[in-house]
Design a binder for this molecule. Structure first.
Ligand code: MG
Length: 203
């Protein structure tokens, strides 16, 4: 499986990092070794002084497809989860300044914790989902999927022009504002609506 992620898909987050609001999706990938499941602890890497949390809604692809049209894209994912797109912001900043790729900042081992998946059919409105991240009991990020710049269907259609999507692939759909540094000892709890799906420690 592969992990595909969208950058700057909420306008307020793009602005907080002084990035332009994009007119086409910003795409990057993470390898399967980035996946961290079952609320296992995240071991802070020693190559970064500034690893940020980015809470995101994650889609799970349910069947193979390429050149999927936006009209039919809804049929290519059936479950959603919450994930954290851990980002070594200091490395990313240096690479951005030089116009270099982001992999070392975004795709390192365990940089993609993902919760259990829920059937999307259990949600009445997939574009009215509240989600938030608490760090040590304080809400740091809160978003709602109504504020996505690019819809889930648009993302699937766009990405599938370039990458064949396979059953089990994951798509991280972007983070709302409030990204910040994590520290050893932090407890991260992620909620989709009122359900706590993520609960793990930084070690
Ligand atoms: Mg992200």
């Amino acid at each position: 499986m592969k992990i595909i992620a969208i950058g700057r898909n909420y306008a307020e987050h793009a602005k907080e990092l002084n990035n332009p609001v994009p007119t086409v999706p910003v795409i990057f990938t993470k390898p399967d070794t980035a996946l961290l499941k079952d609320n296992k602890p995240f071991y802070h890497p020693d190559f970064s002084e500034d690893v940020h949390h980015e809470i995101e809604v994650v889609l799970k692809i349910s069947k193979e497809g390429k050149h999927i049209s936006e009209k039919f894209a809804d049929g290519y994912y059936d479950e959603i989860a919450l994930g954290i797109d851990f980002t070594a912001r200091d490395i990313q900043q240096r690479h951005k300044e030089k116009g270099l790729p982001w992999e070392l900042a975004k795709a390192f081992d365990n940089s993609a914790p993902v919760s259990t998946f829920l059937p999307k059919s259990q949600f009445a409105d997939i574009y009215g989902l509240n989600f938030h991240l608490d760090v040590n009991g304080q809400t740091r990020q809160a978003g709602n999927t109504k504020n996505l710049l690019f819809s889930f269907e648009y993302i699937i259609a766009f990405v599938s022009k370039y990458f064949t999507l396979k059953k089990g692939d994951l798509i991280f759909t972007g983070t709302p504002q409030g990204v910040a540094k994590v520290n050893v000892g932090d407890r991260l709890e992620g909620y989709l609506e009122d359900e706590k799906l993520l609960d793990f420690y930084v070690k």
